[in-house]
Write a protein that binds this ligand. Sequence first.
Ligand code: HAM
Length: 436
Amino acid sequence: MALSTQPYKGARDFYPADKRLQKYMFDIMRKVSESFGYEEYDAPIIESLDLYLAKTGEEIVNEQTYTFTDRGGRQVVIRPEMTPTVSRMVAAKRQELAYPLRWYSIPNLWRYERPQRGRLREHWQLNVDIFGVDNLLAEAEVIQVADGILKAAGATHDMYTIHLNSRKLMDFIFREYLALDGVQAHTVAKLIDRMHKMPPAAFAAEVDAVFTPTQRDEGASDKLIDLLQTKSIARLPEVVRQDSSALELQQLLQVLSNARITNVMFDLTVMRGFDYYTGIVFEIFDENPDNNRSMLGGGRYDGLVGLFGVEPVPTVGFGFGDVTLQNFIEGHKLLPPPRPDTDLYVVLIGNVFTEAQKIVADMREAGVNVAIDISGAKPDKQLKTAVKKAIHYVMFVGEKDLRDEQYEIKNLTTGISERHSAARIVSIVKDYRGDE
Ligand code: HAM
């Protein structure tokens, strides 16, 4: 049987056109993050299993990690997320680093999930995290970075909505408003995290099963389900609205609105799966009905750095995946026109390689990406190759052209041919590329 040409299940091959789009997205991510003062870092793709056992969350560790024992008998994991890693790195240099510390990274992550639209087993994820700020301006800033990325990709505010919630507010609701004990609160939190994946009746039944008969008689399930529908802080019951966590959310909405970010809503169903979040949490939803899922998620996690035995560092950050961003860009028709990295394709006429190569070397030095056809095929076949590769310009080099130092350059989009010197061709190509 022939070997399969398919990549591993839930993982992708990146053909040049795919890689081009990925580069386009990463360029935007890098540019916007750096414009806010974030610096890029990276780390190994393999981590010790212990790193995730402490605080990541049961589902991801038990069901979704690629865990194996290495040849030295160590339990290791192919990283499913970057947050424990970056916390480890900050903890290792806790004293030396200058706070506020702004870091970003675009790691490749692996999770053993059921592959479906928007969710694969492998994805790349921009991580933007700010360390050392314990006030709301940190949350506001990282949300502005996320918003800036979407805008730089051509999006407008009607295409996505920022959903805000707070772990502290949820704790208050569970403990004070609904009088749940620790185990019940944990179970209900996990249920809310999954609620959009199950029918409302099933969710209601599962919530009901968590409560004691007395709590049920007192209407705890209805109270919770009513509360989860609330889409504005003003509509929360008085006692909940007055909690400091609700006031904090209100303030954040104000700060964001001052920054002209108004596509924000309060959403008590945003739980975020990870156990490490301690304060405000947020997700950004694509408004395209075909992709109606969270494409970015994050929040405050003040306790993770401290787990490494150093003084804790207040931290806020988010993860933004390439799969969901690509679906967003495609769904809203924001794709940039395809443009190969090669600017110019040289078609050789006759035995002129050695001479042509000198001219091409100068062109490369001048900053033009040039591919020479070295196949030895007939010129029309070489031309067809350039067309197939969607390269914009072709230059023909024959003996007479070399003598005259004038070459035919053909624009494959318009079909127009002109004759010019090599230097002039360089500036035409660079002009087209928008370099000058
Ligand atoms: P997360 O919600 O698991 O958070 O992932 C963040 C984003 O990564 C998701 O909204 C989605 O865009 C993308 N993503 C996650 N899993 C997959 C998958 N299987 N396939 C495709 N895309 C995926 C975290 O990972 C947190 N560590 C983020 C964070 C950083 N919190 C604070 N700092």
